[in-house]
Write a protein that binds this ligand. Structure first.
Ligand code: SF4
Length: 343
């Protein structure tokens, strides 16, 4: 028997065609989608309102989910880190993060590995293997919902989403559709290292997703040192593209800034960031670095983190600190996958 594909590999129209070809009705396709996406069934026979001949036909060619849970880690703060095994044996990470109020936030990945090679990131160390397909992105949400309810999505996992834009947007379209997961587009954030043309492309999708720009440095010299693949673009180019994104979407941009002890966390860096962001709409999200094996960077002290934040705030730049969740669960992006590969 040939290997069976996940049913979500079929987009809406091909799914209806496949169901009808097996003797079902178009509404059975919608029902099937709901069973897989919303209820996360592991066998078609659990979809009790589908005709038995249709289930038998689907079973010959498809499975509800193509990816399987290879490993799961739970941190004391309730964060769950999932390592999912894909059809070709590659793995990808997804993180379910409980919130103080309401449903959890899920961090999803868009590529196997990442081509951006940020020097401080575990995922960048080994480069990119391939793009994820749309259903491989959606399936991460289905697995995460098995942990608990999901209210927000951050596309901040492994990979640069704007380099896999078509699949990412197709996956998010299923996540936001009432027939899919029904998550508001306003509760979805897409994080990018910042490729100006790709940001403009994203702006054309006309959905109110929040854009998070991974800035990490207030000047080109330091940024290019930390993200050598970003040397083609200046911060000025990025700021122009993010302004265009704001004008198109009406959504304020978040500036992500990984605080690296002794590298970009001095007061002079904070003041340079103030100058850069003067007059811009948006806020700064400070992420104290999580030490990663094989990189030379270190976590800043708590005092330095709050001093940096307070300098920004004192000069009128809104800033928050996001302490990484689930430190005990290999929470730094890519660590679980890397450890799995090494084992
Ligand atoms: S920090 Fe993000 S963009 Fe940079 S290498 Fe890691 S996964 Fe890629």
């Amino acid at each position: 028997m040939t290997e069976r594909r996940g049913i979500l590999a079929l987009a809406d129209e091909p799914l209806v065609a496949r169901v009808v070809a097996a003797g079902g009705k178009p509404f059975h396709a919608r029902s099937l989608s709901r069973w897989v996406l919303q209820r996360g069934i592991d066998r078609f026979e659990r979809a009790t309102d589908l005709p038995k001949p249709l289930i038998a036909s689907l079973d010959t060619e498809f499975v509800p989910l193509e990816s399987t849970l290879a490993e799961e880690k739970r941190a004391p703060d309730g964060t769950h880190k999932l390592l999912l095994k894909l059809r070709d044996g590659e793995t990808v990470e997804t993180v379910w993060m409980p919130q103080r109020e309401g449903a959890a936030t899920v961090c999803i990945s868009t590529q196997v590995g990442c081509p951006m090679a940020c020097r401080f990131c575990a995922s960048g160390l080994a480069g990119v293997v391939r793009n994820l397909e749309a259903h491989e992105i959606v399936e991460q949400l289905v697995h995460a919902r098995r942990v608990g309810p999901v209210g927000r999505i951050v596309v901040m996992g492994i990979g640069e989403p704007t380099l896999n834009l078509e699949a990412t947007l197709a996956a998010l379209s299923r996540a936001t559709s009432p027939e899919g997961l029904g998550i508001s587009a306003r509760k979805i954030t897409i994080s990018t290292v910042g490729i100006p043309d790709r940001i403009r492309e994203l702006a054309k999708c006309d959905r109110p997703y929040t854009l998070a720009l991974s800035l990490h440095a207030p000047d080109d010299a330091l940024r290019h040192d930390l993200i050598p693949t970003a040397r083609k673009w200046t911060i000025a180019d990025l700021m122009e593209a993010t302004r265009e994104y704001f004008n198109a979407s009406g959504r304020e941009v978040t500036y992500e800034y990984a605080l690296l002890g002794g590298v970009n966390d001095r007061e002079s860096h904070a003041l340079a960031l103030v100058r850069l962001l003067q007059g811009e709409r948006g806020c700064v999200n400070l992420i104290p670095y999580n030490s990663v094996r094989d990189t030379e960077f270190r976590r800043p002290t708590e005092a330095d983190v709050y001093a940096f934040r307070d300098t920004l705030r004192r000069h009128g730049v809104p800033a928050t600190v996001r302490w990484s969740k689930g430190l005990a669960a290999d929470a730094a992006c890519g660590q679980l996958r890397i450890r799995h590969q090494a084992s």
